[in-house]
Structure formats: C-alpha cells, structure tokens
Design a protein around this ligand. Sequence first.
Ligand code: ADP
Ligand code: MG
Length: 304
Amino acid sequence: MCPRWTHLTFPIFKFKICSKLDITGLLAERRRSVLDTIAIFNQKGGVGKTTSVVNFAACLEKEFGKKVLVVDCDSQCNASSYLTTFTDTEEGAVRTDLGVEEYLKGNIPLSDVLNRVLIQFRRKIVESNIYVVRGTKKMDFIDDFDTDIFKRLVSEAEELGFDYVLFDCPANLTTPTLATLSAVRFVLIPVSYDIYSLSGYDMLIDNVQAIRRTTNINLQVLGIFFNNIRTDWNLDKYMYESNRDNLNGLAFKTYIRPSRTVPTAALFGIPYPYYRPRNPVANDYIELVNEIIKRIKKVKKGAK
Ligand SMILES: Nc1ncnc2c1ncn2[C@@H]1O[C@H](COP(=O)(O)OP(=O)(O)O)[C@@H](O)[C@H]1O
Ligand SMILES: [Mg+2]
C-alpha cells in the first residue's frame, strides 16, 4: 500500500480496496493508436515532476480527448496517491491492489495492474480516461527484473489503445529509472527557480546519450520546462530569461506559475484542470501541453 494522508480525515476520501478493474470497456475501445511515451525526469527532487505528470495527464485527457496511462516509478508513490483518491463508481471497483511491483515481478498483463482514475468534478465523481499503474514503496530495492520490461508495458499500452504513457520518475537514476529511459521515446525535464534544479542537467544529457548508445536508440530529450516560477519576481525572471534561449533550444516558452491551489488540488486528489479550470495556472498547463504536443509532432516529422 502506498502512503496516504491517513492522519487526515476528509469525508470524501474512500479507502476501500476493491477487486481488480473490469477492463471490458477499455478493450472495447481498443484501436490502433499512435502512442507517445514520455518520462518526466530530473535528478533534483521537488521540482514538480509528479505534479506535472498528473496535470499533463489531465490536460491531455480533458482538453485534447486523449487516453492516458500514468506509470508511477517513484517509491514515494505520490502520483498513485494523487490519482487513486477516489476508488469506486456506483457500478463497482476501479481499483486494483496490484501495481508496478507485481508487473515487474511476473508475467501478468498490463490490464491486471490498471486503475481507472476517478475525478471529482462539479460535485460529481466521474470516470476519466486516465489510468494509473500504482507505485510501490519497495521500488528502489527491486532490481532483479528485466530492464526491458517497460518495453513490454509500452507495447501492451499501445494494444489497449492508449495515446500517451507518462512515467513519473524518482529523483535518482536507479534501476526503475533506467528501465523507464530504456522504454520511452521522450524525456521532459521540469526545472524550478532553484538553480540546483539545472545543476544535474549536463549529467542527465550524458546519461540519455549513454542509454541511446546501449538500450534505446530512439530516446530523446524533448524539452525543459519551468515550473512554479513567476517572471515578475527577480530571481525567477533571471532564471527564466537567462536559460530560455540557452538550453540548446530545448526550453519551452510556456511556464507554470506558482499557486497555493496547486498543492491544495493534490491534497484533495483532484488534477488541477478539474480543480480550478478557470485559474490562469490551468491555462498554463493547457498551453504547455499544447506546446509539447506540437513539438512531438515536429520531432517525429523531422525524424521521418
Ligand atoms: N506551480 C506550482 N505552484 C505551487 N506549488 C507547486 C507547483 N508545482 C508543484 N508544486 C508543489 O511543489 C511540491 C513538489 O512538487 P512535486 O511534484 O512533488 O515534485 P517532485 O515530484 O519533482 O518531487 C509539491 O508540494 C507541489 O504541490
Ligand atoms: Mg515526485
């Protein structure tokens, strides 16, 4: 079980553990999809990796009509907690106890470890087109798995008709991160006003090159985005402007502003585009996701 806010009591939270997800609906919608796979990674913690994964997933689903799978590779399991706050529909369970640990260990299909994400929107709990494979606290200690296993996960996700798989990585380069980078096409790097969030950048680029040479020739850094910054604050402005044009053209123009409502949305387990759809920060997320989609298209076109 992932750590939750068990010390808090919110009446809307349900903790019932249910039988496994009925994926008949998912399979019925099965179609040929062009899957994009993205790891959100920075060796610095607290820069907004998890928050971005959750909110990008929600934007892709809500604003762009996409079917998104989130894979939680971090032993802190924050993405899992965020996305499994609500666990039941009137028809039944949308949550399984199985997660990435069971997938890594054995020959079970992806469909066995999927949780359909339920979201509270306009006082109702609605089924979303976001699915999550829950993380495990033991993640950093599991290293006896096939490092190609996420390649299998990606091809199964394609089979199930997903449009995007987003991997929430921990702030380290342990085996789960390496397995992720071996399987994905793109890496997105969030950075914050904190200068240290860029300090591992060269090392990260070197690591990506090493993986390209060995296990994943298609791996590519798609871009760097600034999170939790406001350009009317001097330090943030300096950070943004001095790096925007200075990172091999990798920086995205759109940045995410800070807001107290971002952590509050996480506390309530509601992705930001659903929690505060009219807040300018929701618009930042949509703009940034739009820029990401356009860049993916451009990169793929260039690669043909
Ligand atoms: N734009 C933002 N405005 C305000 N707080 C943010 C923003 N983005 C992230 N945060 C907060 O920063 C903290 C760290 O974010 P998180 O996504 O957990 O980082 P990481 O996964 O890189 O460790 C969380 O409390 C999160 O709610
Ligand atoms: Mg995180």
